[in-house]
Write a protein that binds this ligand. Structure first.
Ligand code: ATP
Ligand code: PH2
Length: 171
């Protein structure tokens, strides 16, 4: 599972570019949500979505490398002063499942799995619950329970579906 976010420039175009780059491995992409900034309030709203991807040959590290390459292609610049600051495109690796169907767990700072803040973020949990209503964040519990508990519960009301914004054309 990957999360996609953008709050600079043509936000929808950045999400679409990410999905186009993922097309060969794409299983499903959620609807688009308009979400208030999390972690650093002084920046524009984000558009967020999540994508299920599958490639039996890919390691967890390969997904991180792909995520970084897609961010770079969309002109992502890191501002060391603002950890949760604005960006053209953020692609985070939320969970990875191994060949046996088990969630990969790592605490490597270069790649921590599951993503160490996913369970706190309504902007990840809400679109993910659309795609996998019975889903779980490994080690943290069900999406529906996480969305009903703090801190996500306070944020989820402001996470708004944008059915007028479509990442993929119908059909
Ligand atoms: N699961 C993960 N997905 C993406 N990056 C990760 C993950 N775990 C650790 N990282 C590391 O975090 C570093 C910073 O990533 P990034 O700049 O995208 O952070 P951020 O988007 O500002 O914050 P956040 O990770 O909370 O969304 C990356 O270079 C990467 O090595
Ligand atoms: N709503 C929202 N807020 C964020 C997002 C994001 O994708 N959506 N990404 C961030 C990067 O760490 C920081 N804050």
């Amino acid at each position: 599972m990957l999360s996609l976010g953008s709050n600079l420039g043509d936000r929808l175009a950045h999400l679409r570019a990410a999905v186009t780059a993922l097309r060969p491995v794409l299983v499903a992409v959620s609807d688009v949500y308009e979400t208030p900034p999390w972690g650093d309030p002084d920046q524009p709203n984000y558009l967020n979505a999540v994508a299920v991807v599958d490639d039996e040959a890919a390691t967890a590290r390969d997904w991180l490398d792909r995520a970084r390459a897609i961010e770079s292609a969309e002109g992502r610049r890191r501002d060391p002063e603002r950890r949760f600051g604005p960006r053209t495109l953020d692609v985070d690796v939320i969970t990875v499942t191994d060949a046996a169907g088990r969630p990969v767990r790592t605490d490597d700072p270069e790649l921590t799995l599951p993503h160490p803040r996913a369970h706190l973020r309504a902007f990840v949990l809400r679109p993910w619950a659309d795609l996998e209503p019975g889903g779980e964040v490994p080690g943290h519990g069900r999406l529906t329970d996480l969305l009903a508990a703090e801190p996500a519960a306070s944020d989820v009301a402001a996470v708004r579906a944008r059915p007028d914004l479509r990442i993929q054309s119908a059909g």
